[in-house]
Design a protein around this ligand. Structure first.
Ligand code: TRP
Length: 351
């Protein structure tokens, strides 16, 4: 088999709410392209409920409801169950078992050093202390990735430390127990603005608790309101004032969403985004005009997604049928790897 045919994707999202346009430009949109590229032998997309429970253990209803939302988001952006396996993490117990074995290969100091985990701990305010499960979620994430022998993990930039951790565990495992696991690579969105889309308020992170997200499921009026009240450049008071592009959320969103054909289609009076930015910097281009243009572009992109979402939401039993099949397929693959792991670790007592 050619090398190409051996490329395998695993990625996923925590179900702790609906997915927003940060998820979309940061990873979902690219996943659909990868799915349709035909370059991958297998593609696994995981709803990481076990991981969501590490910081939402007291909120099982929220996690449960979010599994449905995330599955709907996946289908509505164009992930196709005929081309990829969509499954729920907790329903593949092999992943949990692998985590137990991998924990021996990581020191406590090492898990505590993970910058993403550190930032989350600072932000989350765990009253009674940080749960063991939470600091160890990068180890569990290593199980997710290695169980499917994934070579490629298309995900957000914040997941870089998880991939480093996974690679370390893989190397250590293979060194001690013999070559068994595959070292994965992260695949980031190529467009800089997409790596970390700021919130509509200009805050660096789009997050539900800050109320600064545009959701894939938002209706057209909600999207328009959110865009028209977006953070821009506080020094750009009058239309004639010179404006700033850097840190101006509307332009960051245009970087992430606009394509050359939009400038023609919406007859905006600029040949491309660079020309538009130049005019804004010089003065004479008002925020409202820029926001309306952004609104047109985002509405055009999100409308078909929202319509598909409404269709899929009409048949939740079918959605769960699809997920159940996905879980079965995922289990088959993961149990194969688990058997290899146990063999390598000499704990395959009964053949
Ligand atoms: N940590 C990811 C998130 O916060 C979810 C996730 C769990 C994941 N396991 C994974 C992503 C494995 C990529 C690969 O959404």
């Amino acid at each position: 088999m050619s090398e190409k045919a051996e490329k395998i994707i695993l990625t996923g999202d925590r179900p702790s709410g609906k997915l927003h346009i940060g998820h979309y430009v940061g990873s979902l949109r690219q996943r659909v392209e990868l799915q349709d590229s035909g370059e991958f032998k297998k593609i696994y997309i995981m709803i990481a409920d076990t991981q969501a429970l590490t910081d939402n253990f007291a909120n099982p209803d929220k996690v449960r409801a979010s599994v449905t939302e995330v599955a709907l988001d996946y289908l509505s952006v164009g992930l196709d169950p005929n081309k990829c396996t969509i499954f729920i993490q907790s329903q593949v117990p092999e992943l949990t078992e692998l985590t137990m074995y991998y924990m021996n290969l990581v020191s406590i100091a090492r898990v505590e050093r993970n910058p993403t985990v550190k930032a989350e701990i600072a932000q989350k305010n765990f009253g009674e202390g940080v749960p063991c499960g939470f600091v160890c979620y990068p180890v569990s994430q290593t199980s997710d990735i290695t169980a499917f022998k994934a070579t490629t993990v298309p995900t957000g930039e914040d997941q870089k430390p998880m991939l480093e951790q996974a690679r370390e565990i893989v190397r250590k495992f293979n060194e001690i127990y013999g070559p068994t696991l595959v070292e994965p690579d992260i695949l980031l969105a190529s467009n800089k603005a997409c790596l970390r889309l700021p919130g509509t308020d200009g805050h660096a992170k789009m997050s539900k608790s800050l109320g600064n997200c545009i959701y894939l499921s938002d209706d057209a009026d909600t999207i328009r309101e959110k865009i028209m009240s977006m953070y821009t450049d506080p020094t750009h008071v009058k239309v004639s004032d010179p404006g700033h592009i850097e840190g101006n959320t509307v332009f960051t969103y245009l970087d992430a969403f606009s394509r050359p054909e939009h400038f023609e289609r919406y007859n905006i009076g600029f040949a491309n985004l660079d020309e538009m930015k130049e005019q804004y910097k010089k003065g004479g281009l008002g925020d409202v005009k820029v926001k309306r243009f952004l609104n047109d572009i985002i509405q055009e992109e999100l409308q078909p997604i929202r319509e598909r979402r409404e269709e899929y939401a009409k048949d939740i039993p079918a959605l769960y049928d699809m997920l159940k099949k996905g879980c079965e397929t995922a289990r088959e693959a993961a149990s194969q790897t688990l058997a290899e792991v146990k063999h390598a670790m000499k704990i395959d007592y009964f053949g």
